[in-house]
Ligand binder design. Structure first.
Ligand SMILES: [Zn+2]
Ligand SMILES: [Zn+2]
Length: 278
């Protein structure tokens, strides 16, 4: 399984010299196994992925954790979606009840956008995941990928995923909030022994508490310290700090990475363009 980071930023895309080494695109992670592609989230990083692929047919599933802006804004700019021979599936659990097609269409509608969702002729399927049928959702399969979903605390809901293929495993846990008191046991269980844990690390603990700014409790994110705790308890083989705050320049990302490594050696800060073979 090959993992490539196309967008590692949270909340809103950023640009400028101070973000150059980390990257400014919002969340998008490509997972490839034996020619099959699963794309986790469609933030602005999805635009960059599409630019590299070009205007040619692409077969892939884009699986969303949730439908906040920073996870969908690449969709209207995803070049392969405009190719009629592409075979793209967009899938998400949408707590609003309107369905993913409608939810994605909302950002491609007057007065916000010049063209409609129907322009994406390569988008052949919109799949609404129904995770409400049982407290513990069943795993499902997308091509060679076995995907286990887990609902987490986040405004409007979020689903994190364990993805397994070829005997390797990735856990994609972005936009999850532990609440500053306890670590979510269900997430530790999901991540148990995984090869790579990609975990929300948007805040420092002082930021989360509201020192020098607004308190971030209830905003739906973790501190990097919580990401480390989940990785340690789950015995994840590697930890990628992810969903960097838009205020976080490269030097600050480096500093957090160094601090986190002192606590859990196999930690790195996810940076745009990084590829990891599992
Ligand atoms: Zn987000
Ligand atoms: Zn969110």
């Amino acid at each position: 399984m090959q993992v490539e980071f196309w967008g590692v930023r949270g909340s809103i895309a950023v640009s400028g010299a101070r973000f150059a080494r980390t990257g400014g695109n919002t969340t998008c992670v490509e997972v490839e196994h034996e020619g099959h592609r699963l794309i986790l989230d469609g933030g602005t990083g999805l635009r960059a992925l599409g630019e590299r692929w070009g205007f040619r047919p692409l077969s892939a599933t884009v699986l969303f954790t949730h439908l906040h802006w920073d996870h969908i804004q690449g969709v209207p700019f995803f070049t392969p979606a405009f190719h009629p021979d592409s075979d793209l599936t967009f899938a998400a659990a949408d707590r609003s009840g309107q369905g993913i097609r409608e939810a994605l269409g909302l950002q491609m509608r007057p007065p916000q956008f010049p063209i409609g969702l129907e322009a994406l002729v390569g988008a052949k399927r919109f799949v609404d995941l129904d995770l409400r049928s049982s407290p513990v959702s069943a795993a499902f399969e997308i091509g060679p990928f076995r995907v286990t979903p887990l609902e987490q605390d986040h405004p409007d809901g979020v689903v994190v995923y364990r993805v397994e293929a070829g005997g390797r495993s990735l856990v994609f846990a972005t936009d999850t909030e532990h609440g500053g008191v306890r670590i979510d046991r269900a997430l530790v269980d999901l991540a148990e022994g995984c090869d790579l844990l990609v975990h929300d690390a948007q805040y420092t603990t002082p930021e989360y508490r509201g020192e020098g700014g607004p308190p971030r409790r209830g905003w739906g994110h973790s501190t990097w310290g919580e990401a480390v705790q989940v990785a340690r308890r789950a015995d994840a083989r590697r930890l990628a700090l992810f969903h960097h705050d838009p205020t976080r320049g490269d030097d600050a990302v480096d500093a957090i990475e160094a601090e986190a490594r002192a606590l859990y050696t196999p930690t790195f800060a996810a940076r745009e363009g990084m590829a990891v073979a599992l």
